[in-house]
Design a protein around this ligand. Sequence first.
Ligand code: SF4
Length: 1528
Amino acid sequence: MAEESNSRVSTPEEAVARIAYLASDVIVSVQPSLASDSEFSTHLKRFAGRKDASLVAITSDAVPEILSVRHNTDPLLSVFSPIRSGRLVSVTTTSSTLLPSIAHLYTLANLPVVLHVALSPRNSPDYSAITSIRNSGWTFLQSQSLQEAQDIALTAHALAIRSGKGVIHFFDPASASRSTPIVAEDPAVVREILNLDNVRRFQSAPISGSTIYVSDGRVPVVADQPERLTNRANGAPSTEAEVASLNGTSHLSSKSSQISGTSSPSSVSVATTIEPAAPAITSEDIYKYATSTWATLNELVGRQYKAFEWTGSAKAENAVFVFGADATLFTEAIASAQSGDAFAGAGVITARLYRPWLGATLIETIPKSVKKVAVLEQVLRKTTRWGPLLIDVLTSVKSGPGGIETIVGNQLGYVTKTTVRQTLKAVFENLVSEKPVQNLEVGEKEQPQQTPEYGLEKPKLETAYIKILDQLFGDRVYIANSLDADNAGISNTISASPEYGFGALLARKERRQKFVGEIKETAGSGQFLTEAPKRALAQWVANADDVKKAEEAADNAISKLDIDHSSTSMGLLENKQFFRKQSLWLVGSDAWAYDLGNSGVHHVLASGENVNMLIIDSTPYSERAAADANRRKKDIGLYAMNFGNAYVASTAVYSSYTQVLQAMAEADKFNGPSIVLAYLPYFGEHDSPLTVLQETKQAVDIGYWPLYRWNPDNENKGKPNFSLDSERIKKELKEFLDRDNQLTQMMRKEPVYGPVLSEDFGTEIRAQQKRKAKDAYNQLLEGLFGAPLTILYASDNGNATSVAKRLGTRGRARGLKTTVMAMEDYPVEDLPIEENIVFVTSTAGQGEFPQNGKPLWDAIKDSTELDLASVNFAVMSLGDSHYWPRKEDKIYYNKPGKDLDRVLSNFGAKRLCDVGLGDDQDPDGYQTGYNEWEPKLWEALGVANVDGLPDEPPPITNEDIKLASNYLRGTIVEGLNDTSTGAISAEDSQLTKFHGTYMQDDRDIRDERKAQGLEPAYSFMIRCRLPGGVSTPKQWIQMDDISNELGNETMKLTTRQTFQFHGIVKAKLKPAMQAINRALMTTIAACGDVNRNVMCSPLPSQSKYHREVYACSQKISDHLLPSTTAYHEIWLTDDNDKKTLIAGDAVQDFEPLYGPTYLPRKFKISIGIPPHNDVDVYAHDIGLIAIKGEDGHLAGFNLLAGGGMGATHNNKKTYPQVGRMLGFVKTAEVHIACEKVMLVQRDFGDRKNRKHARLKYTIDDMGVDVFRSRVEDLWGQKFEATKPFHFDSNIDTFGWTKDETGLNHFTFFIENGRIEDTPEFQMKTGLREIAKVLKGEFRLSPNQHLIVSNVKDGDLPELKSLMAKYKLDNIQFSGLRLSSSACVAFPTCGLAMAESERYLPVLISKLESCLEENGLRQDSIVMRMTGCPNGCARPWLAEIAFVGKAFGAYNMYLGGGYHGQRLNKLYRSSIKEEEILEIMKPMLKRYALEREEGEHFGDWTIRAGIIKATTEGRDFHEGVAEEESDEE
Ligand code: SF4
């Protein structure tokens, strides 16, 4: 163990944890919850954290495994698997887990497990936890001080290893803690005591058998090994013969029947050496091993231990046998007794070895002079008349003349230093009296305030579901076993139990029933002072069982009683909560799943009562296998559905919020037991919501945690009982439903589930798929001649795939039998039989294999037995030598390829040629290196010089796809109709962009689905076209409906002022498009190589002026819309008769503006209204700056052209650019001017290289003046001179504004534009409620926020109250947060390299305390983040920007202009959170100190010399703060 010698140990738990750590392979650490540590686990984790070595562990790093298990999830189940596999297991726990584990204790008794048990409750422990399991066959050792805890813990391990039997070491932690710190045991001593030979013998012989419920008949036997020789300083016997002779003394004749510690009969083992089979371990063996261990310990450290300890005079006549906390209190009190004290001169006996109970040894221990013994047992839950220890002593000791005359049992209460004398006095006066009373209760009954036991802390995360109950039922909800409820006089442990809760619910129901009866009686009586209550009460009684009607009638009845003032009224009002029909809930955890037959779940179901249970399961999906390996966690949902009479729902708040609401509401309505299972997976209390979200998604998606609702009432209505709310279900559930015919019924109703349900969770189809693919290739090859060549690729951006495919074609042309496949589809077992194999891989993340190469790479590198001696191989690797500019990161360059090359060669494979290194930085990119490598490969394969090679077809480009698409049709319709996949073809997915939709896949669950053999979770993003971001309230509600019914229940307000939906599966794509169309919106040209949504400053302060400018944005948008009728044809036609819903039948398409190939790249237009540059007017292909005329009306626009954000990391030929001024154009002409700019780009833009195709490059290549004149030529007019304007910010102004017409506007803070409900913040519901009453309009801001506009004064109160109700009026955020913006990135964006929307808020939270400290909380600093350099959130114009480089790593940029006028510049590459914070904190501090009046952060970073200013895009890469290291 890596610690200084003489280190000190302060608590018994620390001492015990350390010994357990040194002496185990696996430690099962029982904890209150996974989030809170136990007194043991803090130390265990500390040791493991610093990688201390165990003395016995067989792993190479020698660090034992620590398995944290919640106390209420059957912790001992976790012992079976490791102990059977020959690993030494110990458990650290409190005594509260022992009784519930009793069945396991019997089975584990014959395995060398050590249980270290801290007795509970702390401060006044109950020893009945020990006495009640004393006959379970274990060895029990007790320690009483800190030093003893360490020594006896060690003894326990030695004894378990030596005897092969389970040992329980128990101690009272509070009294042992009172000792002064001790020296930690020397590891050499520990090693000597443990005897490593014995350890290895156990570890090398795994135990067969798998069942944990039936004893497997294993009985530990005396091993054939010599006992250690000792000098027997403590007189302990050291040979079996001596033990036998000791046991043969007269005292023992009748004791063997009392040896309750072992299941095998006691035997005299001395003679067994001549028997062929080793004898079973006996009590005597245990005693022998224990005393021998103590003898060695005594030799090594000089401390002595015995099975029983006697303290006091050797001539004592009276004695106490203490079995309870702190025996030293008694010894000290007796030692300091005065002669008159009844207990003076008495002795104290304690048991060190409690089981097996060795009566003879006890007799040996007690001096012959002792005549009377008082037995003190601290057993709080007494179940038998006589205390268990009393019975032990009585049966061991022969009372009568010459021996002990009197033995008296006492029930010991709580004793302290101040009360111990009094207690002893009572004990001894009774003992010496003529007729002593048995079972005398001594000590105080009252115990000190208990710290709560395990499991009473409700993890904060779990409150999510409770909040939803509150949200749904408000005052009506009654949670019977809620932890914070005040259940007078009942301990938390009890009141939180399901049994108590159920009882409480029934009592609650009865009380209401009684109340209803009471009202019935009083309603007709004359006990009221007024008449009104009678009628109101009668009306209420008639509706008492109807939730809604009772609620309505209740208010009336209560108000009438309120004014009646009679004593009867007062009396009834005392119980007014019963006027409402409550929603009764019992909340529990998955701990109830382990023993369903006995749990509260069973009681509730069996009762048939109308109560609801909410059961929260928190086992993370990724740990389910570990957690469930040998455990019996049962499926509560199946159990309840099998019961037949219950409503059952399986929900997950982080998967579908609305489904939780629906399930809870249905459960409440159901007249009978309801069980709502709720998933909330977390590893620790402080997990970020992102972890919880990702775990949930995986579990739901794969079918491990399906979302469903089961309502037995449906049957009567002719509907299926079962409704599936997610896509995939697990096998067991499917079997159940099949049996019941439910699945067929449901699929008939919802055929969309058919294909996915055939791939339920748990079917192993992956291997079969691989095999099939391989076989198909083999068949194909049979007809070919020539040498075989297998080409495997791993690719994340498609380059490696195309290189591999092209190589395959070329190989085939050279007569080789070529196979090309993804690495992930290749079975590793086939590798040794390959003749020639080539790998083409690109480089992902920090030098990692792309996703589709990882599994095979892992299998290869982890293999120990691959023999590749007959395999020839070559590797081509694609990478970017500048991607990681720092010297220390150079190793990442082409790392996967280099690694693979080395490892294959290590396995004996022969290199065909050196690894090829393609570098994006080379003149022709990776092709440069590839062109050198390929000829070498053909050379090595002997096919370099082949004549008559056919011409290769050129690669298909986006331009080809557009051209061949027949005006954007492609095969989209066919793709949509193909139900065998959730995807559409690669070509079609380029085309759907023009229709406003992208195919994406959920990257959170990509790996898991791959592992399960499923295709990625494809879904579609739909982006609406909404010029200027103006939406009516009705449209808002329609959008909200679409997101709920067809999408993933959220909406994104984008940086281009429009609605974006995610998670729309293919089958719902067309319905979603039609719904958008019904809302009088469209999605055409929202993406793609066309003019996209035209933006316009929302300008809440000047509504009239806004109207004029906004009208221009609509005009430009309409003017530049593509003309193809494909959009209507594909999305808006009826499936049956092909009837066009909106437009007439398709005519011959013609695109007057675009032509058949549209634009070379996307095209964006925005309009800024000074002084607000919220649209970032410099960042678009066309930026229009609205100019007000002298008459106060819009006069026209200054037109900027050639701004753009997208760039590629490390590619200096790409850069962000700001728009260049072309001049002024009048309002009436603006759409034409825009058109002409677009047309010049159409004709002159680069259609060969998409990375160079944006307008910014066209203008830079052409020069601004030439470009302007081309536009003017086409237009036939000239730009006028630029008009003066002034911008002062590019962020939003939050809160209320009044415009020039007196109308009101409120800007909400919507963090990163995400509209969603969470249990904490029902923003989406709130906005919907607002939309229902709003008479004005919504405006989406370019910073992804939202404005309610045009609100009349008279409508303000209603609106304000709704805003307050839903907490939507909160704008009290830091200036940094209010000025922040992030793109979507993970999980849906396919280009994302790092998190953005889900991470920026977290990063800001980490910076806020620093802002606070430096007085910057209110200061606006524009900070933006994107997941990749595509730059959707316009990061290059922010004062601080983070652009994703790899997962968790960002490039940092500084120096952008505050109102979006200046680009920023690279400050640091590839930094992670820790470095970001290290950089940001001192920088913010400096800014606070050094800034000049009104100086913005971006300007200051330049003045302070931290970064150089970027004057325009072409010097974006010049003078960056971090120069690249040139060294290789
Ligand atoms: S910036 Fe990149 S990661 Fe973010 S949404 Fe745009 S393309 Fe995706």
